[in-house]
Design a protein around this ligand. Structure first.
Ligand code: ARG
Length: 462
């Protein structure tokens, strides 16, 4: 056991207690952030005259050599240390002697871990925003190529009205766009340095918190030392944004599973993103979609876990907060993997355009347009709705579509029907006539694509 405390103890920590308390098994993930924070702190201690330049240089060099040795495998992070902070400090003292013992001047593990976690989360917010941008680009490419690829739109998973593939996929662009905007918003709000808050009350050393904040690319230092060591809001916000991303991915997964099924065959997920069955030779399963849909639960779980951990904690630091790490790291990796796999899978997914178009014409997707036709001829909408309802019932009986009926058959339902009805309720008209902003006509969709392109040009996070 190599620990940073012990002076006031007369007995050794119980082994099970030591193990239960230790965080090295997972906070070793923070090694780079811990080193970066310590280097900034050491430089500041030199600048303010708290330690000498020679001591500061030795600390910086020592920390860098520890990082190098860990990444080359020469130095192992073992459970002999309580946490990553103890590991770094003990190894530093080993390497540079007394100067290493001065690094922790004016600092507590409370503001140290608050800084490490903030740096790590900030880096991940950026990474996820890059993943999202890649996915948005893939979606936009599909949208550009399919402004006249027809498919049915659904409500209640029943065919409703025809749309285009472009229009459909842009719905997901909008969702992931809002997710991306949430990330840049979170980044701005969280980008303040907690270092210098000390254990909870600040310190009596003349620390230069602005200098540290600048060194680490923060907008500035935080304003309240008690809040600085107790705040995990930014992490909860991020987990909430990650949950929404997974919710959107999960909805798309569900639709891809349905559209990839034998019954639909709208799409074909590439062999490289599918798996087989050990018993049924014919099987090609959409496992990636199913796993993404399934993993949504663990990201929601991380959010609920941290919300619950934080809800009853009195100010300021309490060990409960150590629980923020495992669930967050797991959620970060899950969302990163899900987004990158999904973008790769979408890129090579094949769209069976003929099957989609065929499906868009049957199932009475033009019934609303047939009613609108009668309205344009002068019939009140509610009456037109009833006439077309009866017409649909008759067609179901005859197993045909509305436009399969002759003009005389149609006139039996209303004498307002004329030859121009066929054109008015054709698939092309049903889509092309929906020109309002945000609607499915190629004209409206092209305007939306242009707006989405400018969004991508201007979007930044961090
Ligand atoms: N492992 C701890 C955590 O993650 C570091 C901070 C320890 N602070 C303390 N006062 N024991 O929260």
């Amino acid at each position: 056991m190599a620990q940073l405390w012990g002076g006031r103890f007369t007995k050794k920590t119980d082994d099970a207690v030591y193990e239960f308390n230790a965080s090295i098994g997972f906070d070793k993930e923070l090694i780079e952030e811990d080193a970066a924070g310590s280097i900034a702190h050491a430089k500041m201690l030199v600048k303010t005259g708290i330690i000498s330049t020679t001591e500061g240089d030795a600390i910086v060099k020592g920390l860098k050599s520890i990082l190098d040795d860990v990444s080359s495998g020469k130095l192992q992070i073992t459970s002999e240390y309580e946490d990553i902070h103890s590991f770094m400090e003990a190894n530093l003292i080993d390497r540079i002697g007394d100067a290493g013992k001065k690094l922790h001047t004016g600092r507590s593990r409370n503001d140290q871990v608050a800084l490490d976690m903030r740096l790590y989360t900030r880096k991940t917010v950026k990474l996820i925003s890059e993943d999202l941008t890649e996915l948005l680009n893939v979606i936009l490419k599909i949208a550009r190529e399919n402004t006249d690829t027809y498919m049915p739109g659904f409500t209640h998973l029943q065919k409703a009205q025809p749309v285009t593939l472009s229009h459909y996929i842009l719905a997901y662009f909008e969702m992931f766009k809002r997710d991306a905007l949430r990330l840049s918003d979170i980044y701005k709000r969280m980008n303040y340095s907690p270092l210098g808050a000390g254990a909870l009350a600040g310190t009596t050393y003349p620390l230069d918190r602005d200098f540290v904040a600048k060194e680490l690319d923060f907008t500035g230092p935080t304003l309240n030392s008690m809040d600085s060591v107790s705040d995990r809001d930014y992490l909860i916000e991020f987990l909430s944004a990650l949950s929404l991303i997974m919710m959107h991915l999960s909805r798309l997964s569900e639709e891809m599973i349905i559209f990839n099924s034998n019954e639909y065959r709208f799409i074909e997920i590439d062999d490289t993103y599918s798996t087989g069955s050990s018993i049924m030779p014919q099987k090609k399963n959409p496992d990636i979609c199913e796993l993404v849909r399934g993993k949504t639960g663990r990201v929601y779980g991380a959010l609920m876990s941290l919300l619950t951990t934080m809800k009853g904690i009195p100010l300021a630091y309490n060990k409960d907060m150590q629980e923020d790490k495992e669930v967050s790291f797991d959620a970060f990796k899950t969302v990163h993997d899900s987004l990158t796999l999904f973008a790769g899978m979408l890129k090579c997914t094949k769209f069976n355009k003929d099957i989609m178009a065929k499906s868009a014409v049957n199932g009475f997707t033009n019934a609303t347009d047939a009613a609108d036709y009668l309205v344009k001829k002068g019939m009140p909408f509610r009456d037109a709705h009833a006439v077309i309802g009866k017409l649909v019932l008759a067609c179901i009986d005859k197993s045909c579509a509305i436009d399969d009926l002759s003009i005389d058959e149609l006139k039996a339902f209303s004498d307002m029907f004329d030859e121009d009805v066929y054109e008015a309720i054709s698939l092309k008209t049903c889509v092309d006539k929906r020109k309002t902003a945000g609607a499915c006509s190629p004209e409206a969709v092209l305007a939306a694509i242009k707006a989405e392109e400018s969004f991508l040009d201007e979007y930044t996070c961090g």
